[in-house]
Ligand binder design. Structure first.
Ligand code: LMR
Length: 396
């Protein structure tokens, strides 16, 4: 079993953090994995999370298994945050949610569902997309293809090309869309474009699977669901994989969800019975801690208001770093135009750095960036900005 086994390649994102942790340079900078750092370079535990944890310690009275689809109260909070409290899919009970171990866990359950129930359907991924999308769905046995997304000339969305490639997707296939803060580019469609995408998908008979992992990090909790809500106006069936890793800082607590929106309560109940089956054979039922935190914070008026402020702080700091990065590069006389990074949203942007330049930054300066040139803006701080920009100037 263990003889003649070859070493697996390092993960393109998490493998870099392993290398970063092993690097002894005290000035090292990690702009690879999508983890938020505050201005002092620390990944903080939110105050609201700490308060919820205190309440859990006092009030939790059982460590029994959760249902396969998780804690119902958490699932209800997930829906309220994504759709808004009185949204029709909630009122009409056309949405059902399963608590999952992180957004990744939710994507894998979706992949298992797709492969076993619709083995002939292809999943269409944006070009580019999060590196792990390909891996998750390939592991589940789902065939993946690409649709056009980014315009390399403008480092913006090539909406016409995206629209044209969606037109070619056959009926019965599935398209993965990023709800906001597209990973890895930081480029999102406008709400109007979301509406057009939704109309086209309905015409084509293509089901959207929305990866919604960054709500609140672009322009605000409500603004960031605008695209999803436009989509729901046009399509009657979709699935959403969401996560609280980023907006609650609950990375290691693996707190996510798979939500199915269908045409009727009966339809989603049937779909969820199949989802449950896949959960049972993968991990049986989800971990509880992160979901309890989310349910407590979102269910308490004061804590929720405080949490909204904490998310705003995260978002504002990232957007400040976008400006400072572009300004510092300019001040250093870098000719390459990085200004599109200011318009982009969420943790990531495409820097346009080549693989060779990325390798030099790692080997010569202990600056870690994903091979595609994706940078985690949330890893920049006022203190590391000068060194970072100086190094980028040199490798350019
Ligand atoms: C990222 O893209 O860096 C994050 O979503 C973390 C991960 O699991 O890759």
């Amino acid at each position: 079993m263990f003889k003649n086994v070859k070493t697996a390649p390092a993960d393109p994102i998490l493998g870099l953090t392993e290398a970063f942790n092993a690097d002894s340079n005290p000035d090292k900078i990690n702009l690879s994995v999508g983890v938020y750092k505050d201005a002092t370079g620390k990944t903080p535990v939110l105050e609201t999370v700490k308060e919820a944890e205190r309440r859990i310690v006092e009030q939790e009275n059982s460590k029994g298994y959760l249902p396969m689809t998780g804690e119902p109260l958490y699932c209800a909070r997930v829906q309220e945050l994504m759709f808004g409290e009185d949204h029709e899919v909630i009122v009409e009970k056309r949405a059902a949610t399963a608590q999952c171990p992180g957004g990744t866990g939710a994507l894998r359950v979706a992949g298992d569902y797709l492969h076993t129930l619709h083995p002939d359907s292809t999943l269409w991924l944006s070009d580019p997309t999060w590196a792990n999308h390909n891996t998750i769905f390939a592991a589940a046995g789902v065939t993946c293809k690409k649709y056009a997304y980014r315009d390399p000339k403008t480092n913006g969305l090539d909406f016409d090309a995206m629209y044209e490639s969606i037109k070619k997707i056959p009926k019965g296939d599935v398209i993965l869309l990023h709800g906001c803060c597209h990973n890895p580019t930081g480029i999102d469609p406008t709400p109007e474009q979301w509406g057009k995408i939704g109309e086209l998908l309905t015409q084509q008979g293509v089901l959207p699977l929305v990866d919604f992992a960054y709500q609140g990090l672009a322009n605000g909790i409500e603004d960031d669901r605008a695209g999803l809500l436009e989509l729901i106006k046009k399509v009657r069936q979709l699935a959403i994989c969401s996560s609280f890793s980023k907006n609650f800082g609950l990375y290691r607590e693996r707190t996510g969800a798979l939500t199915v929106v269908g045409e009727s309560a009966e339809q989603v109940a049937t779909v969820m019975s199949q989802v449950k089956l896949r959960i049972r054979y993968s991990y049986s039922n989800p971990p509880s801690h992160g979901a309890q935190i989310v349910a407590i914070v979102l269910g308490d008026k004061e804590l929720r208001a405080q949490w909204l402020e904490e998310v705003a702080d995260i978002r504002n700091r990232i957007n400040e770093m976008r400006h400072l990065f572009v300004k510092t590069l300019k001040e250093k006389g870098v000719k390459q135009d990085f200004s599109s990074i200011i318009e982009q949203r969420g943790m990531f942007s495409f820097s346009g750095l080549t693989k060779k330049q990325v390798d030099r930054l790692r080997d010569e300066y202990s600056i870690y960036i994903v091979g595609s040139g994706r940078i985690n803006v949330a890893g920049m701080t006022p203190a590391n900005m000068d060194r970072l920009c100086e190094a980028i100037k040199t490798v350019l």
